[in-house]
Ligand binder design. Structure first.
Ligand code: ADP
Ligand code: MG
Length: 176
């Protein structure tokens, strides 16, 4: 089974993906590293990839395998399950600030989390989308929640967060 873990940068994809791969005994694939290794896209500081080319290559290399694929473009791949991780936009802001992201990039990503950009894209691309809020949870708790949703056969679970309620708290991060 191919499980894609997607979400806004800083939401916890890499942490959760590695743990989930360990728990399931699946191969862990970092999508950015995979694209670079395969020479897909261009590295202009940030990696710019053609998602169709990425999806085509990924399917050729991983179809029928058991993998956890970690990346914010994961929902563009042909995956059996797409997990969209969510976190309070303030956490995204704090984590990206700690990572030394430029103000502009922090604002862009806080805003993307606030208005559900990746969730909406994932729903356009995939049948089986599971949204998981990581806020106030440990990575282990998040992994347990994902496993439970998958094992109980839940087909779709979305609409579980509404960050419009916390808009005021994240204004300092936004590019207004
Ligand atoms: P991404 O790959 O989405 O950019 P990372 O996994 O690299 O995110 O970073 C997420 C950060 O948030 C890590 O420092 C991690 O320890 C922390 N974190 C705190 N709580 C959680 C949680 N419940 N799930 C995932 N990460 C968490
Ligand atoms: Mg990551």
């Amino acid at each position: 089974m191919i499980i894609a873990i997607t979400g806004t940068p800083g939401v916890g994809k890499t942490t959760v993906s590695k743990l989930l791969a360990q728990r399931l005994g699946y191969e862990y694939v970092n999508l950015r590293d995979y694209a670079i290794e395969k020479g897909i896209g261009e590295l202009k500081g940030e990696l710019e990839v053609e998602v169709d080319e990425l999806a085509y290559n990924f399917e050729r290399d991983f179809k029928g395998k058991d993998v956890i694929v970690d990346g914010h473009l994961g929902h563009f791949l042909k995956a059996d399950v797409v997990v969209v991780l969510r976190a309070h936009p303030r956490l995204i802001g704090e984590r990206l600030k700690d990572r030394g992201y430029p103000r502009e990039k922090i604002g862009e990503n806080v805003e993307a989390e606030l208005v559900d950009v990746i969730l909406v894209e994932a729903l356009e691309e995939n049948e089986r989308v599971l949204e998981v809020d990581t806020t106030g949870k440990t990575p282990e708790e998040v992994v347990n929640e994902i496993l439970e949703l998958i094992e109980t056969g839940v087909k779709k679970r979305v609409g579980i967060v509404d960050w419009s309620e916390v808009y005021d708290e994240v204004i300092p991060y936004l590019r207004l």
